[in-house]
Design a protein around this ligand. Sequence first.
Ligand code: SF4
Length: 186
Amino acid sequence: MKLEFKLAGAPAALRALKRSGDKKFVLVPDSALLAAPGGLDLLREAADLCIEKGAGLSIEGVTPCLLPGYTRYLSASRRSLPCPAKERCFLQGACAGIPAAHSGVAAAFKPPARPLTDLEKCMLAVLARKNKITTAQVLKLAKGIKICASCSNEGEVFRAAERLIRMGLVAKEYRGGVYIWTKKTG
Ligand code: SF4
Protein backbone atom coordinates (compact mmCIF):
# COMPACT_ATOMS: atom_id res chain seq x y z
CA MET A 1 0.00 0.00 0.00
CA LYS A 2 1.45 3.37 -1.01
CA LEU A 3 0.19 6.18 1.15
CA GLU A 4 0.61 9.88 0.41
CA PHE A 5 0.95 11.09 3.98
CA LYS A 6 -0.17 14.69 3.86
CA LEU A 7 -0.41 16.98 6.88
CA ALA A 8 -4.05 17.81 6.16
CA GLY A 9 -5.15 14.17 5.81
CA ALA A 10 -2.90 12.55 8.43
CA PRO A 11 -5.67 11.39 10.81
CA ALA A 12 -7.55 9.69 7.93
CA ALA A 13 -4.30 8.13 6.69
CA LEU A 14 -3.60 6.74 10.16
CA ARG A 15 -7.09 5.21 10.27
CA ALA A 16 -6.55 3.66 6.83
CA LEU A 17 -3.24 2.21 8.01
CA LYS A 18 -4.84 0.68 11.11
CA ARG A 19 -7.54 -1.00 9.04
CA SER A 20 -5.28 -2.23 6.25
CA GLY A 21 -4.16 -5.84 6.09
CA ASP A 22 -1.43 -5.12 3.52
CA LYS A 23 1.98 -6.66 4.05
CA LYS A 24 4.02 -3.75 2.75
CA PHE A 25 3.61 -0.01 3.17
CA VAL A 26 5.28 2.89 1.41
CA LEU A 27 4.79 6.19 3.22
CA VAL A 28 5.29 9.37 1.20
CA PRO A 29 5.04 12.42 3.49
CA ASP A 30 4.53 15.87 2.01
CA SER A 31 6.75 18.87 2.75
CA ALA A 32 4.13 20.51 4.95
CA LEU A 33 4.06 17.49 7.26
CA LEU A 34 7.87 17.36 7.54
CA ALA A 35 8.08 21.04 8.49
CA ALA A 36 5.02 21.33 10.75
CA PRO A 37 5.24 21.13 14.55
CA GLY A 38 4.09 17.62 15.43
CA GLY A 39 4.27 16.46 11.82
CA LEU A 40 7.14 14.08 12.46
CA ASP A 41 5.28 12.63 15.48
CA LEU A 42 2.45 11.71 13.10
CA LEU A 43 4.90 10.13 10.69
CA ARG A 44 6.52 8.17 13.55
CA GLU A 45 3.07 7.00 14.65
CA ALA A 46 2.36 5.75 11.12
CA ALA A 47 5.75 4.02 10.90
CA ASP A 48 5.28 2.36 14.30
CA LEU A 49 1.85 1.08 13.21
CA CYS A 50 3.42 -0.61 10.18
CA ILE A 51 6.29 -2.03 12.23
CA GLU A 52 3.90 -3.36 14.91
CA LYS A 53 1.89 -5.10 12.19
CA GLY A 54 5.10 -6.84 11.09
CA ALA A 55 4.64 -5.36 7.61
CA GLY A 56 7.40 -4.18 5.29
CA LEU A 57 7.96 -0.44 5.48
CA SER A 58 9.60 2.14 3.27
CA ILE A 59 9.49 5.88 3.93
CA GLU A 60 10.25 8.04 0.92
CA GLY A 61 11.90 11.46 0.86
CA VAL A 62 12.92 11.54 4.51
CA THR A 63 16.48 11.86 5.82
CA PRO A 64 17.93 10.38 9.03
CA CYS A 65 17.97 13.75 10.82
CA LEU A 66 14.18 13.89 10.63
CA LEU A 67 13.63 10.32 11.80
CA PRO A 68 16.72 9.12 13.66
CA GLY A 69 16.17 5.53 14.73
CA TYR A 70 14.18 4.71 11.59
CA THR A 71 17.10 4.90 9.17
CA ARG A 72 16.68 1.33 7.98
CA TYR A 73 13.20 2.20 6.66
CA LEU A 74 14.22 5.34 4.75
CA SER A 75 14.61 5.11 1.00
CA ALA A 76 16.79 7.70 -0.68
CA SER A 77 15.20 10.12 -3.10
CA ARG A 78 16.00 9.94 -6.78
CA ARG A 79 16.99 13.61 -6.77
CA SER A 80 18.75 15.17 -3.79
CA LEU A 81 20.40 18.50 -3.03
CA PRO A 82 23.65 18.85 -1.05
CA CYS A 83 23.02 19.50 2.63
CA PRO A 84 24.87 22.63 3.87
CA ALA A 85 25.09 21.11 7.37
CA LYS A 86 26.57 17.81 6.21
CA GLU A 87 30.06 18.37 7.64
CA ARG A 88 28.78 18.69 11.20
CA CYS A 89 26.10 16.00 10.96
CA PHE A 90 26.89 12.69 12.63
CA LEU A 91 24.26 11.00 10.44
CA GLN A 92 25.87 12.08 7.15
CA GLY A 93 27.07 8.53 6.41
CA ALA A 94 23.47 7.39 6.07
CA CYS A 95 22.23 10.41 4.13
CA ALA A 96 22.10 11.14 0.41
CA GLY A 97 21.22 14.81 0.89
CA ILE A 98 18.06 16.88 1.10
CA PRO A 99 15.36 15.40 -1.16
CA ALA A 100 14.76 17.83 -4.03
CA ALA A 101 11.00 17.42 -3.54
CA HIS A 102 11.39 19.10 -0.14
CA SER A 103 13.70 21.95 -1.18
CA GLY A 104 10.98 24.40 -0.14
CA VAL A 105 11.40 23.33 3.49
CA ALA A 106 15.18 22.75 3.38
CA ALA A 107 15.60 24.53 6.72
CA ALA A 108 13.83 21.61 8.42
CA PHE A 109 16.79 19.36 7.59
CA LYS A 110 19.38 19.94 10.29
CA PRO A 111 21.69 17.74 12.36
CA PRO A 112 20.14 16.34 15.53
CA ALA A 113 21.69 17.61 18.76
CA ARG A 114 22.83 14.24 20.05
CA PRO A 115 26.56 13.78 19.65
CA LEU A 116 28.07 10.33 19.36
CA THR A 117 29.13 8.72 22.63
CA ASP A 118 32.79 7.81 23.16
CA LEU A 119 31.95 4.15 22.57
CA GLU A 120 30.20 4.95 19.29
CA LYS A 121 33.13 7.14 18.17
CA CYS A 122 35.51 4.36 19.10
CA MET A 123 33.55 1.78 17.12
CA LEU A 124 33.58 4.03 14.04
CA ALA A 125 37.30 4.75 14.49
CA VAL A 126 38.03 1.02 14.72
CA LEU A 127 36.03 0.28 11.58
CA ALA A 128 37.67 3.21 9.77
CA ARG A 129 41.05 1.50 10.39
CA LYS A 130 39.83 -1.93 9.39
CA ASN A 131 36.38 -2.61 8.01
CA LYS A 132 34.37 -5.87 7.90
CA ILE A 133 35.85 -7.42 11.02
CA THR A 134 34.66 -9.70 13.83
CA THR A 135 33.75 -8.60 17.37
CA ALA A 136 37.03 -10.05 18.67
CA GLN A 137 38.99 -8.01 16.11
CA VAL A 138 37.03 -4.86 17.09
CA LEU A 139 38.03 -5.35 20.74
CA LYS A 140 41.66 -5.95 19.83
CA LEU A 141 41.90 -2.85 17.61
CA ALA A 142 40.02 -0.73 20.19
CA LYS A 143 42.87 -1.19 22.64
CA GLY A 144 45.04 0.97 20.37
CA ILE A 145 42.52 3.82 20.19
CA LYS A 146 42.51 6.35 23.02
CA ILE A 147 38.95 7.63 22.78
CA CYS A 148 37.80 5.87 25.92
CA ALA A 149 38.76 2.99 28.17
CA SER A 150 35.38 1.40 28.80
CA CYS A 151 35.11 -0.82 25.72
CA SER A 152 36.24 -3.96 27.48
CA ASN A 153 33.77 -6.66 26.56
CA GLU A 154 31.53 -7.87 23.76
CA GLY A 155 28.40 -6.45 25.41
CA GLU A 156 29.79 -2.91 25.16
CA VAL A 157 30.59 -3.42 21.49
CA PHE A 158 27.14 -4.79 20.74
CA ARG A 159 25.32 -1.98 22.54
CA ALA A 160 27.30 0.80 20.82
CA ALA A 161 27.14 -0.94 17.47
CA GLU A 162 23.39 -1.57 17.66
CA ARG A 163 22.86 2.16 18.16
CA LEU A 164 25.08 2.87 15.14
CA ILE A 165 23.06 0.34 13.13
CA ARG A 166 19.86 2.22 14.00
CA MET A 167 21.55 5.41 12.78
CA GLY A 168 22.45 3.62 9.54
CA LEU A 169 26.18 4.07 10.07
CA VAL A 170 27.13 0.44 10.66
CA ALA A 171 25.87 -2.94 9.48
CA LYS A 172 26.34 -6.41 10.91
CA GLU A 173 26.14 -9.80 9.33
CA TYR A 174 26.20 -13.24 10.96
CA ARG A 175 28.69 -15.35 9.04
CA GLY A 176 30.54 -18.52 9.96
CA GLY A 177 29.34 -18.39 13.57
CA VAL A 178 30.52 -14.82 14.25
CA TYR A 179 29.27 -11.32 13.62
CA ILE A 180 31.05 -9.25 10.98
CA TRP A 181 30.86 -5.48 11.50
CA THR A 182 30.92 -3.09 8.57
CA LYS A 183 31.12 0.71 8.54
CA LYS A 184 28.83 2.00 5.81
CA THR A 185 29.99 4.73 3.50
CA GLY A 186 27.74 7.58 2.41
S1 SF4 B 1 23.45 15.52 6.28
FE1 SF4 B 1 21.85 17.10 6.40
S2 SF4 B 1 20.01 16.21 5.45
FE2 SF4 B 1 21.47 14.53 5.91
S3 SF4 B 1 20.87 13.74 7.91
FE3 SF4 B 1 22.44 15.29 8.26
S4 SF4 B 1 21.35 17.23 8.57
FE4 SF4 B 1 19.91 15.76 7.64
